[in-house]
Write a protein that binds this ligand. Structure first.
Ligand code: MN
Length: 233
């Protein structure tokens, strides 16, 4: 191993924890695609009921709730996607659905910002989605809550307001793949570790953001997420 670094190590991405001065160090960000049937339909896709699928975002895409960000570069069609986020706190590898929830530390409200035009172009050319999904400030996250402070997942609602108007509203029970199913499946491909986040997909009602917009998202038992879209850089 080298003795030192030629420049300062990149900042660690840290998520806030509700009611605590401690932070949750973020390791990886996994995102589930097409996990609500109505959203898959609005995008012209069918839900794959054989298995969930994923894309990833760098931990450096994390953006704290309450931020104002510049309208993202390189896109004319940036979309909001409100999501329920699972925070992993225990290792999990090839766990069963029955054992999966032991890996969960807690939950948070997130927004998966998406450069929809770039994602669409990539889909058309059968290319990866990275430019459309994995960019700076594209993984918005509110303060996390421990699982013990959160009620039954299926009983809760998820919603997003754009400038005070509700644009997304669903139940977490609408998810095609449940949280334990996602963890069990994902743990067959990765050694999940503390600090990993899983964005569990978005309900129907996604749409574009404009400079000046304020997004406010909520899940019943969680700290709401808020994001303001500023001018282009
Ligand atoms: Mn998403």
């Amino acid at each position: 191993m080298p003795n030192d670094l030629i420049f300062a190590a990149p900042d660690l991405s840290v998520a806030a924890i509700a009611g605590s001065t401690s932070g949750f160090p973020v390791r990886r960000i996994f995102c589930v695609g097409r996990n609500y049937a109505a959203h898959a339909a609005e995008m012209g896709n069918e839900v794959d009921r054989e298995a969930p699928f994923y894309f990833t975002k760098s931990a450096h895409a994390l953006c704290a709730s309450g931020s104002t960000i510049a309208y993202p570069p390189g896109t004319q069609d940036c979309h909001y996607e409100m999501e329920f986020v699972v925070a992993v706190g225990q290792p999990a590898f090839r766990v069963t659905k029955g054992d999966a929830m032991a890996a969960v530390w807690g939950y948070g409200c997130g927004i998966d910002l998406t450069r929809r035009d770039l994602q669409g172009a990539a889909k058309d050319k059968r290319r990866p989605w990275d430019l459309g999904k994995d960019f700076e400030n594209s993984a918005i996250l509110a303060s996390l809550s421990p699982a013990a402070d959160f009620g039954e997942i299926d009983a809760q609602s998820i919603k997003l307001m754009r400038n005070g108007e509700t644009v997304q509203a669903a139940r977490l029970s609408d998810m095609v793949w449940s949280v334990p199913e996602i963890i069990a499946h994902l743990s067959g491909f990765y050694h999940l570790r503390p600090g990993d986040l899983i964005y569990t997909g978005t309900p129907a009602g996604v749409g574009p953001v404009q400079s000046g917009d304020v997004l406010q998202g909520a899940v019943d038992d969680l700290t709401p997420v808020e994001l303001s879209i500023g001018a282009r850089e």
